[in-house]
Write a protein that binds this ligand. Structure first.
Ligand code: NCD
Length: 307
């Protein structure tokens, strides 16, 4: 049985399988509408979510399965002090697969050690968010047509943004990836990523503080929200929250074929006027997330795509 805790839990071959199945589902969703009949997905969300939880649930419903779960720690026995390992032991007998989001890094991994059903990490603290990464890769595959030789600018909260950490880990496996990391000093990517992932693999990257000057070099601009919930004090958050605001004036520096991605939710970091720019694809990205989650659920449940 396979769990997906980090994007690296999927080999390149498995990743290709997920992305190509997602593409087939995207092109012909009706064909897959009964694939998971009789199967149940549990969504165990100890932290707020809109897209991730609802797209997981929509994915399972689109496959003809059912969903159960909770959307906050307060409404589960976590509020009474139950551990994730006890919760997952019990949920394993109620559902066939589970997606877990937790504020503590490593919680879905701990759950996987005690689970008899596949556990998918739906975001653990500032650590990883593999299904957002699958969504991001699928968006690039559909809209750019390839995942190699891309220069990606990550902008905003690169310290706490788990979507950034996961996507960097995934993209270094594609040839020709280059990274431009745009953040204030306090929100630089964690040292382990810089040293053990980027430098150790000789991946070209640079760190800058001004967005406009690097815009013309980018194939992809990946904007992120400053992660308020991970700050230790509000003063720092207030000082840093509007470090970067992408607006129509800044988009003028970008290439015609640059794409703007954002995992959402957006706060102030992208002005609403950018939404009408055809290069702004974050709402399409959110939509595509359902198809990769459908593909991932099918593959983890060993359901044949040829049904
Ligand atoms: C992201 C997350 O939860 O990490 N959202 C999402 O899952 N689409 C990004 C964020 O909250 O800023």
């Amino acid at each position: 049985m396979k769990h997906v805790i980090s994007p690296l839990d999927l080999s390149m071959e498995e990743l290709d399988r997920v992305l190509s199945l997602a593409e087939r589902i995207f092109k012909n969703p009706e064909k897959y509408s009964e694939c998971c009949h009789g199967k149940k997905l549990a969504t165990l969300f100890y932290e707020p979510s809109t897209r991730t939880r609802l797209s997981f649930e929509a994915a399972m419903l689109n496959l003809g399965g059912s969903v159960l779960g909770f959307s906050s720690a307060d409404s589960s026995s976590a509020a009474k002090g139950e551990s994730v390992s006890d919760t997952i032991r019990v949920v394993s007998s109620y559902a066939d697969i589970c997606a877990m989001r937790h504020p503590k890094e490593g919680a879905p991994f701990v759950a996987s050690l005690h689970s008899s059903i596949p556990v998918i990490n739906a975001g653990d603290g500032g650590h990883n968010h593999p299904t957002q990464t699958l969504t991001d890769l699928f968006t690039l595959k559909i809209l750019k047509g390839h995942l190699d030789h891309l220069t990606i600018g990550f902008c905003g909260d690169l310290k706490f943004g788990r979507t950034v950490h996961s996507l960097i880990n995934a993209m270094v496996r594609y040839p020709g990836s280059r990274f431009i990391l745009i953040s204030p000093d306090e929100l630089r990517i964690p040292t382990y990523l810089r040293e053990e992932v980027l430098s150790a693999n000789n991946i070209p990257y640079c760190e800058v503080k001004v967005l406009e000057e690097v815009m013309p070099k980018l194939d992809i601009l990946y904007m992120t929200r400053v992660q308020k919930e991970r700050f230790f004090n509000e003063e720092d958050y207030i000082r840093l929250k509007d470090s970067f605001i992408l607006d129509a004036a800044k988009m003028k520096y970008a290439r015609e074929d640059m794409l703007v991605l954002h995992p959402l939710p957006r706060v102030n970091e992208i002005a609403a006027e950018v939404d009408d720019d055809p290069r702004a694809v974050y709402f399409t990205q959110a939509k595509l997330g359902v198809y990769v989650r459908m593909a991932l659920i099918m593959i983890l449940l060993n359901i044949s795509a040829e049904l």
